[in-house]
Design a protein around this ligand. Sequence first.
Ligand SMILES: [Ca+2]
Length: 159
Amino acid sequence: MKRATLALAATASLVMAREAAASSGYPMSMQTDLDLDTEPGCDVCHAEAEAKVGAVTKPFGRSLVKLGLRGDDDASLGLALERMAKDHIDSDGDGQYDLDELSYGGDPNHAAVPIGGNELPVTYGCAVRAAEGSPAPVAASLGALALVAGWRRRSAGAR
Ligand SMILES: [Ca+2]
């Protein structure tokens, strides 16, 4: 009984150590497996961009774990990435698949940012804004005066 307990404790500690092990080779493996221009930072899966990174906390990393990723196990990374591609995983729910976002240097943990960075949102409406110094406001005012004068002339003629 004592031997069985010791064996169980040893096995449990090995499993826990394996899951907690740093996976410093994953960025390079992801770059190779996904044919990326650059290695993704550790912060694609972890809170920190560089070691010591801590637990997997980002949506993309959690998706990989759900797909079978294990710590310091390149084979599990390859399989999880294959499953991610097959299942069209979109961890941040922005409509862009995670692997597509990585392929163009995007972040699969945040909604896509347009090329060129954040810009003011497009607004729609009917208003026309004249450029500063433009004669448009003067012309509009004269047009309004002409309409009022014409209306008054017609009203006076009707009497
Ligand atoms: Ca996405």
